[in-house]
Design a protein around this ligand. Structure first.
Ligand code: NAD
Length: 376
């Protein structure tokens, strides 16, 4: 099969959908891989490295003109126009963007959005949300450490003792767990909150403390279980109690990393302006949910601004929306392996396309085919 890999064009997107490692495997399976010149450069992969792995170097028209196009982000209008009907496109195509999916369907593309894969054991190796959220959690802590004017670890020096940083993590999915692990390695004291009580053990196993909030009604207990591993919106009564507990910790915190998300909905508000006002000057918030708040404003904190770092009430608030792109080489390496593993489900050993809708991963990821939006 002819496989095209265009350079990503979205502002700030540094990742690329294949690496020399995955190109080599695709070429060994008999595919022809055409990579757009410069596609890997922001992820430190040269055209020469792709060529050495067996790829041909092409331009945008050549990459989008392939039978199958491997992308990181959903194609723009101009990019969609470069693909012929029937082209298979695979990437993070944003399954909650109905207008975007319609555009792909209208262009006659067969599209697979990898974010829609189920959170099952079999899907783990192609789980792009996990591979990228893991990187986001790590980088959030690195950025916080950089912005923070003090040490993370407790230090006893001849010039006196320095206290360990207090870190609060809000939302303990993949990103939150990696943020806890990373902050712990730096020597911080960590507390964390999530709506799902099942994360308590995971937090404690990483050396953090779970912020306990009671579940008082059947409705609260049921919502806390979530669905498919994801959180569901919690009743207002529980959120009010959570806010009281979180506010106490945030007032004492030096760093807050917030990662709370509910698929297909606005990110919950967990750090109000009053809570920011109560924080110590010089504290840092990294809001991984920035840009995903109600109506796209704010994130878990309404004061965060997408893709900006702002100082409000003496607190530095980082609203970087694409943290994995700041770790471009490893983010691309892991993403490219996710893509390669997904291809094994839809391409036969002989190199032919075979879309088996009996396969739950294939069916969940397929978002457009034959002119129709097919999102489940
Ligand atoms: P996510 O990015 O959708 O959300 C991040 C976290 O925010 C979640 O833990 C969620 O519970 C939490 N959250 C939502 N509302 C909140 C609120 N009001 N207050 C505090 N926290 C709130 O989640 P994710 O990282 O994609 O992970 C979701 C789940 O899927 C996790 O349990 C993860 O371990 C699981 N998972 C399973 C597999 C697998 O089995 N293959 C793979 C990856 C992830």
């Amino acid at each position: 099969m002819l496989i095209g890999v265009p350079a990503e064009t979205m502002a700030g997107e540094t990742r690329v959908a294949v690496t020399p490692e995955t190109v080599k495997k695709l070429a060994a399976s008999g595919h022809t891989v055409r990579v757009q010149s410069g596609a890997g450069i922001a992820a430190s992969v040269t055209d020469a490295a792709y060529q050495a792995a067996g790829a041909e170097i092409t331009d945008a028209t050549g990459a989008f003109g392939a039978d199958m196009v491997l992308k990181v982000r959903t194609p723009t209008d101009a990019e969609t126009a470069l693909m012929k009907p029937g082209t298979v496109v695979i990437g993070m195509l944003n399954p909650f963007d109905a207008a975007g999916l319609q555009r792909l369907a209208t262009a006659g593309l067969t599209a697979f959005a990898l974010e829609a894969a189920p959170r099952t054991t079999r899907a783990q190796s192609m789980d792009v949300l996990s591979s990228q959220a893991n990187i986001a959690g790590y980088k959030a802590v690195m950025i916080a450490a950089d912005k923070y004017q003090r040490f993370f670890p407790m230090l006893m020096t001849a010039a006196g003792t320095v206290k360990a940083a207090r870190v609060v993590i809000l939302g303990v999915g993949v990103a939150g767990l990696q943020a806890i692990a990373t902050a712990k390695r730096l020597g911080a004291v960590i507390e964390a909150s999530d709506v799902r009580p099942s994360v308590k053990e995971q937090i404690e196993s990483l050396g953090g403390k779970f912020i306990e909030v009671s579940y008082d009604t059947d409705e609260e207990k049921e919502a806390a279980v979530g669905v498919g591993g994801y959180a569901r919106p919690m009743p207002a009564s529980w959120l009010a109690r959570q806010q009281v507990e979180v506010a106490k910790r945030v007032a004492l915190a030096d760093i807050v990393i917030s990662t709370a998300l509910i698929p297909g909905r606005a990110a919950p508000t967990l750090i109000t302006e009053d809570m920011v006002k109560a924080m110590k000057p010089g504290s840092v918030i990294v809001d991984i949910a920035a840009g995903k708040g109600p109506d796209g404003v704010g994130g878990n904190c309404p004061l965060s601004e997408a893709d900006k770092t702002v100082v409000k009430h003496g607190v530095t608030i980082v609203g970087e929306t694409n943290l994995p792109a700041l770790v471009a080489a490893d983010a691309s390496a892991l993403y490219a392996r996710n893509v390669l593993d997904f291809l094994k489900l839809i391409v036969t050993k002989e190199g032919a396309l075979k879309i088996d809708l009996e396969d739950d991963i294939v069916a969940a990821c397929r978002v457009a085919q034959d002119g129709q939006v097919t999102k489940q």
